[in-house]
Design a protein around this ligand. Structure first.
Ligand code: 0A1
Ligand code: ZN
Length: 846
């Protein structure tokens, strides 16, 4: 039976919890959990407690045993009638759970022999009976008994002896922030002194032997703590901050109070094993989880519909942090690319939903690009509308007013209204309405006056046929014909479906530098000539708009090629300018030289009303890359050499910018020399960034046998590095060979598919190979569906997330659609299919 949860049904919980005490006797097959929860009535109603998969041994109210006949027949809530309860009482339970059988990795489970937990969103109910909802907050005291050497939980340690540890977390928190870890772990440690002079012990816990790989994570934590003090005035609030790396984890990381648990791929890094991208993600996610301490933990969500309240804001903060640590312009462009690739895609398909949905069946299916990345964009727009100073004042008010509370999007909007005096009623649609607005701009030029007329339109999304206009902050500038900026960045506030803005007293017709800094998450349609695009690419003062101009030229060329034309001459000329200037900003040049991917070309064609042909897109993109490489070979080769690493590897913005340019040049040259340069770089590589980059080229060139063997021999013992090996083969193999390759890899004994990282590497790698996944004979769909069916009974969460590979299905031709539907219908027909996957497949098929 499927149960749909509605935002409109939220009711306050009738009890407050004064204190939660938990005792764990850990054992792999039979862990005992004893709980004592001190309740106090604050409203009318029964006591409802959530539990799932618990073997209940005893229940009591004020030490009076309760009849176990009260337990729900199968899953669901334990309800104790109001009439049987005093005003204040202690509920106690003893349950037994089986961490070893927990392959879903939700609740208490084992990863490589170590006990760990994951409780967001509704994992705590797999540990014991509890009001497992984010608006019920309590201080926790946790005793752990185990023969594991290191025993951790939230808060501060209060006692530790052999085989036992007690932790106390004074900050009231919801159950989803509970965490426990017990294992044979080693820490690398540091201390941090907060703004007000408190000393905090910092530990990053890893398996013995991994200590030398945890240093970057620890340094990143220190940078994040300092930045949050400087940028937001937020201090840490416990005596210790622990981070633990685990190998089996469904997501990236988790912000449990004082005890963050991380997927080990976001902690462990050395130059030999991690790429520049890995380092950047580690810094970003360490920041993200740390920043949750204020945006998520001290101020949490009233219910799961408000998830974007903590996630959108925390993503926004981690993006700012990375921008401050590295290049703000490059970071912004990368974020725009991710938003378009993941969120626009989601918004344009059957899974579209607003940042604040108003119903769901399985909340774990809503940890999406819309809730996270679009949620962050919405905050960026608020900041742009009120300005930087008022943004900071508003955040101060938010922290002051709501510290210790479980809040809503309405609370968040209200602080902006109170500080700015604005009415944000219309703006709120960004939270409640799904879909990406399409902004069109028409220009009229006469007598020194430029009139810009904008129209906004949003296509219907599932359940939302009507789309009233939104508030769109349009940041623009004007560039004169000689390249000078004649109007610096100005923010227009669009509120109507159609609106005109006039710029007077201009000497000559300027070119509009539109949507500077990507000021709103919209798509743009405008008439613009290639000369104007080239002018913007050469002269725009805004990095985002400058990159966009080049990107649009590239996309036009690729779309033309996919249609079978010889398009691309203008883009080729523009590339010459980029190459000439490349050394002044290698990271930016690399972004311009990296051709838009096949998925984006398909999206662009679909937006123009065409049915994308994955094979033609692939062939056209290859042909354009070859032509560009042939036309610019000497410059590319020179740059490729000039960007060679001069000295010790440093994962900073400068070093990674140079390497990204080197690899972008290499990827183009690879089309001419059939992997010769890539092979030389692979052999000489001094770091994983170059080694993986070169390997990807060799796979694309079909010259990979020796390199793959060499790589496996070097890194066979390192799970995280071998994940890369499993990922790049299906991802980079020629489309007609990728599925067969993926099948061979899946048959290997080291394809440990129950590990989410390994599963995502191989199956996700193939799903990301556009022309292979969308093979006309359906073989890509069949392969992915087969494995999703295998994983679902083991790990529903990861299975459900990966069904999104199919979300673009409606835009392809009838033959492909039929294959994809058949594959999804096979999944839907699976006996005992999880609620997670059922919801996703049903929505995609709708
Ligand atoms: N709050 C975490 C994301 C997260 C959500 C669910 C999880 O369960 C599998 C794990 C992590 C974050 O935003 O980082
Ligand atoms: Zn988060």
């Amino acid at each position: 039976m499927t149960v749909t949860q509605y935002l409109a049904d939220w009711r306050p919980y009738p009890f407050r919890i004064a204190r939660t005490r938990l005792e764990f006797d850990l054992a792999p097959r039979a862990t005992r959990v004893r709980s004592r929860i001190e309740f106090q009535r604050i409203g009318p109603g029964d006591l409802a407690l959530d539990g799932a998969g618990l073997k209940t041994l005893s229940l009591a109210i004020d030490d009076q045993p309760l009849d176990l006949g009260l337990l729900p027949a199968e899953g669901g809530q334990l309800v104790i009638p109001a009439a049987d309860l005093p005003e204040r009482f202690t509920f106690a339970a003893e349950v037994e759970i089986d961490p070893e059988a927990n392959t879903a990795l939700e609740g208490l489970y084992l990863s490589g022999g170590m006990f760990c937990t994951q409780c967001e969103a509704e994992g705590f109910r797999h540990i014991t009976w509890y009001p497992d909802r984010p608006d019920v907050m309590a201080p926790f005291e946790v005793a752990i008994r185990s023969d594991q050497p290191v025993l951790l939980s939230n808060g501060n340690p209060v006692a530790a002896g052999p085989g036992e540890a007690v932790w106390h977390d004074p900050w009231p928190k919801p159950a989803y922030l509970f965490a426990l870890v017990a294992g044979d772990l080693r820490a690398i440690s540091d201390r941090f002194t907060t703004l007000s002079g408190r000393s905090v012990a910092l530990n990053v816990w890893v398996r013995p032997g991994d200590e030398p790989r945890a240093g970057y994570a620890l340094e990143s934590l220190v940078r994040a703590m300092r930045w949050d003090e400087q940028a937001y005035g937020r201090e840490y609030d416990l005596d210790v901050f622990n981070i633990v790396a685990v190998d089996d984890f469904n997501m990236g990381a988790m912000e449990n109070k004082g005890l963050n648990i991380f997927n080990s791929k976001l902690v462990l890094a050395t130059a030999e094993t991690a790429t520049d991208g890995d380092y950047e993600r580690i810094e970003g996610v360490i920041g993200h989880e740390y920043f949750h301490n204020w945006t998520g933990n001290r101020i949490t969500c009233r219910d799961w519909f408000q998830l974007s309240l903590k996630e959108g804001l925390t993503v926004f903060r981690d993006q700012q942090f990375t921008g401050a640590m590295r290049s703000a312009a490059v970071k912004r462009i990368q974020d725009v690319q991710t938003l378009r690739a993941r969120q626009f895609r989601e918004d344009a398909g059957p899974l579209a939903h607003p940042p604040r949905p108003d119903s769901y069946q399985e909340i774990n299916n809503f940890y999406t690009a819309t809730v996270y990345e679009k949620g962050a964009e919405v905050i960026g727009m608020l900041k742009r509308l009120v300005g930087d100073d008022l943004y900071r004042k508003t955040l101060d008010l938010y922290f002051d007013r709501h510290d210790g509370q479980a809040c809503t999007i309405e609370d968040w909007i209200k602080v902006f209204e109170d500080t700015s005096g604005r009415d944000l009623t219309q703006f709120k649609r960004w939270y409640t309405d799904a879909g990406t607005p399409r902004l069109t701009m028409a220009e009229d030029w006469r007598d020194g006056t430029l009139t810009l007329t904008f129209r906004q339109e949003t296509a219907p999304t599932p359940g939302q046929p009507e789309k009233p206009p939104r508030v769109i902050p349009i940041a623009l500038g004007l560039i004169g014909p000689n390249g000078d900026e004649v109007l610096p960045t100005t923010v227009l506030e669009m509120t109507e479906a159609e609106q005109s803005f006039r710029f007077q007293g201009l000497g000559a017709r300027p070119v509009v530098s539109l949507l500077r800094g990507f000021s709103a998450p919209v798509t743009v349609a405008r008439e613009i000539g290639v000369d104007q695009q080239a002018l913007l690419l050469a002269h725009d003062t805004d990095a985002c708009a400058r990159w966009q101009a080049g990107h649009d030229l590239a996309l036009d060329a690729l779309v033309g090629r996919a249609r079978g034309t010889e398009a691309g001459a203008e883009f080729g000329r523009a590339i010459a300018g980029v190459l000439d200037d490349a050394e002044t900003d290698p990271a930016f040049a690399a972004l311009c030289l990296s051709l838009p991917g096949e998925e984006e070309i398909a999206t662009t064609l679909a937006a123009q009303g065409e049915i994308p042909d994955p094979d033609a897109i692939h062939a056209g993109r290859e042909a354009l890359a070859r032509d560009i490489a042939a036309a610019h070979e000497p410059a590319l080769a020179r740059l490729c050499d000039a960007m060679a690493d001069p000295g010790p590897y440093r994962p900073d913005a400068e070093g990674s910018g140079r390497r990204s340019l080197r690899l972008a040049c290499l990827a183009l040259l690879n089309r001419l020399d059939a992997g010769a340069r890539a092979e030389a770089l692979f052999d000489a590589a001094g770091n994983m960034t170059e080694r993986q980059g070169a390997l990807e080229c060799l796979i694309a060139a079909g010259r990979d046998t020796r390199a793959l063997a060499d790589f496996a021999q070097r890194f066979g013992e390192n799970r995280l590095v071998m994940d890369k090996w499993f990922m790049v083969q299906p991802l980079r193999a020629a489309p007609d060979r990728a599925v067969a390759r993926a099948r061979d890899l899946a048959a290997r004994p080291d394809f440990d598919w129950k590990n989410p990282n390994r599963f995502r590497a191989l199956i996700g790698g193939l799903a990301a190979n556009h022309a292979a996944f969308h093979a006309a004979d359906g073989s890509g769909y069949d392969f992915v569906a087969e494995w999703l069916m295998r994983l679902d009974p083991v790990n529903p969460q990861t299975t459900a997330r990966m069904t999104t590979a199919f979300e673009t299905m409606p835009r392809y031709d009838a033959g492909r659609r039929a294959h994809a539907r058949a594959a999804l219908q096979r999944i839907a027909a699976l006996q005992g299919l999880s609620r997670n996957t059922r919801e996703m497949v049903t929505r995609i098929l709708a």
